[in-house]
Design a protein. Structure first.
Length: 293
C-alpha cells in the first residue's frame, strides 16, 4: 500500500508567481520545436544528450520504483535532461497523470532555486489520465544569458493536486558567434575571404577559414588578426593565393574558444578563367601576311 502526503502541505510551497500562472496555461497539441539555430525538432525525436544535469529522462513504461506522487491522486513527475543549443534550451521530463486528467504542466527555470520564470510543457495533450510515466518537453526557451548556470524543474497539476519534480541544472551554451562573409578581390589565382567573429566575452584561441574545391574543404587559411575576448563582432579576412583558374571553391569560417568550436555557414566563389591571348590582326603585303604593328 502506498502512503502519500497531504495536499495542502505541497501547494503552499509553490511560489506565488507560479500559482498565478496556472490559470493562464492551456493544454495544446504537441508541435515541432525550433531552436535559435538548426532545424525544427519534435520533442523527444533524436534529442542530443546534455551535460551537467541529473539522471536520464524516464522512457515510456510502468511506474518506476520510488516515483510516488506527493498527494493521493496527484500527478507523478520526473525532471529530465536539458537539451542546450547555444542561448536556447529545451527542458524535458516525464509525467504520470495517476488516473486523473492533467490540468496544467510547466517547467520552472532561473539562475537560483527560486526560479522566477516558467514555460508550458509541450506534448501532454495526448497523455489523458493514464498511470504510466510519459515523456514531455518544454517549448524552446531562447535568449538566455550566455555561459550561465540555470536551475529548472517540472511541475504538473490535476484535480487532486500539484506535484513538483526535483531540481536540476544546465549551463547555457557557447558564447562565440561566427558569420561567414563573402569572398572578394577574386582573380584567376587569388581571392580574399571575409567573416565576422563575436567572442561573446570568451577568449578566441583560434580563427581560420577552411576552403577547398569541394564541400570537404581540405585546406586552411588563418585569420589576418586576433578576435580577442570582447563583446562586439570583429571583422576578419584571409588572403588566398595559388588557386586554380576557373574553379569553384567552397569555404566557411571557424573560431575556437575555451568553451568550444563554432562554425560559420558554407559559402562559395569561382575564380576567373584564363583569358586566351589574341594578337593584333594581320595585313597582306606583297603576297605575304605580315602581323600589324
Amino acid at each position: 500500500m502506498l502512503f502519500r502526503r497531504h495536499a495542502t502541505a505541497r501547494v503552499a510551497c509553490l511560489p506565488a508567481a507560479t500559482l498565478a500562472a496556472w490559470a493562464a496555461i492551456t493544454l495544446a497539441a504537441p508541435a515541432p520545436i525550433t531552436l535559435a539555430s538548426g532545424p525544427a525538432r519534435t520533442p523527444w525525436a533524436s534529442a542530443p544528450q546534455a551535460a551537467s544535469v541529473g539522471g536520464p529522462v524516464l522512457p515510456r513504461g510502468p511506474l518506476a520504483a520510488g516515483a510516488l506522487p506527493a498527494i493521493a491522486g496527484s500527478p507523478i513527475v520526473r525532471t529530465g535532461e536539458a537539451v542546450v543549443e547555444g542561448e536556447a534550451v529545451v527542458l524535458t521530463g516525464a509525467v504520470d497523470p495517476d488516473g486523473e486528467a492533467l490540468e496544467a504542466c510547466v517547467f520552472e527555470y532561473g539562475q537560483t532555486k527560486r526560479y522566477g520564470h516558467s514555460v508550458s510543457c509541450s506534448g501532454i495533450a495526448g497523455l489523458g489520465s493514464g498511470i504510466e510515466l510519459e515523456p514531455v518537453a518544454s517549448v524552446a526557451v531562447s535568449g538566455l544569458i550566455r555561459h550561465t548556470l540555470f536551475h529548472y524543474r517540472i511541475l504538473a497539476r490535476n484535480a487532486a493536486g500539484v506535484a513538483e519534480g526535483s531540481d536540476a541544472t544546465f549551463t547555457s551554451g557557447p558564447s562565440a558567434r561566427v558569420l561567414t562573409g563573402p569572398a572578394g578581390a577574386i582573380g584567376e589565382t587569388a581571392a580574399t575571404l571575409s567573416g565576422t567573429v563575436d567572442p561573446g566575452g570568451e577568449e578566441v584561441t583560434a580563427c581560420y577559414f577552411e576552403f577547398g574545391p569541394s564541400p570537404a574543404f581540405g585546406q586552411r587559411a588563418p585569420c589576418a588578426s586576433s578576435a580577442g575576448a570582447g563583446e562586439a563582432p570583429v571583422p576578419e579576412t584571409a588572403a588566398l593565393t595559388g588557386l586554380a583558374p576557373g574553379t569553384t571553391y567552397y569555404f566557411h569560417m571557424v573560431a575556437t574558444t575555451v568553451v568550444g568550436r563554432r562554425y560559420g555557414a558554407e559559402a562559395s566563389f569561382t575564380t576567373l578563367g584564363r583569358t586566351p591571348f589574341i594578337g593584333p590582326p594581320a595585313v597582306r603585303a606583297g603576297g605575304w601576311l605580315v602581323p600589324a604593328g
